[in-house]
Structure formats: structure tokens, C-alpha cells
Design a protein around this ligand. Structure first.
Ligand code: H2B
Length: 113
């Protein structure tokens, strides 16, 4: 199975298909500690990263922001003292695209460095 983190995001267009339930299970199996939650009817992929303080949490958030800019695919990022919550979904399709799982894998890789 190819490492998700090495894939690149497709240019996602309105009307693109969302990831089906079976594929969600397969992709989540490659993404430890990530979970899918629904907000306002939109499935979102989310993970909480713990940090020793606010400053480290903010540094990671900034690194994720740079990753997002480089991929033109952007998460919601919540920075709190001791943790950063990263949430991926695709606005254009109001749901989860393969891109979101790729970006989650890239986020994990960034955290591991
Ligand atoms: C115009 C710009 O390319 C688009 O709005 C991009 C920007 N980043 C994005 N990020 C996410 N998560 N979903 C999108 O649909 C999206 N669209």
C-alpha cells in the first residue's frame, strides 16, 4: 500500500465525489489517532496533537499552515495551551475527499520530523 503522505492532492473541483464509507475505513487505518466527526452536516477528519506548552503548539500550527499553502488545501487549526487540533475537509464538496486523508498523512509526517 502506497504511503498516503507521499501522494499529492488532486485539484479538487465542485462535484467531485466524497470518499465512501468503505474507503474511509481503509484510509483511517493508515492514520493513527485521526477520527471522523460531523459538523453542520459535513464530515471532517480531525486529530489532536499534544504539546508541552502553547509556544510549541503554535509552532506546529504555523508549520501546518505552510504545508497547507504549499498544497492549496487548508485545514481548520485550533491552537490551545498544550495542544493543536487539526481538522481537514474539502469546502468545495462539503465533505471528505481523498485529498483530506493525504493532507492528514502529511500532517502526521510533519509532526514526526
Ligand atoms: C480558490 C482556492 O483554490 C480554493 O478555495 C481552495 C483553497 N483551499 C481549500 N481548502 C479546503 N480544505 N477545501 C477547499 O475546497 C479549498 N479550496
Amino acid at each position: 500500500m502506497k504511503d498516503l503522505a507521499t501522494e499529492t492532492c488532486d485539484a479538487c473541483r465542485a462535484g467531485a465525489p466524497t470518499v465512501n464509507q468503505q474507503d474511509q475505513v481503509e484510509l483511517l487505518a493508515q492514520l493513527p489517532e485521526w477520527h471522523i466527526t460531523e459538523r453542520d452536516g459535513v464530515d471532517q477528519l480531525e486529530k489532536v496533537y499534544p504539546f508541552p506548552d502553547f509556544s510549541k503548539a503554535l509552532d506546529f500550527a504555523n508549520a501546518v499552515g505552510e504545508l497547507a499553502e504549499g498544497s492549496n488545501h487548508h485545514p481548520a487549526i485550533l491552537v490551545e495551551w498544550g495542544k493543536t487540533t487539526v481538522t481537514w475537509w474539502t469546502h468545495k464538496i462539503r465533505g471528505l475527499h481523498r485529498n483530506d486523508f493525504i493532507m492528514a498523512a502529511k500532517t502526521d509526517y510533519l509532526h514526526s520530523k
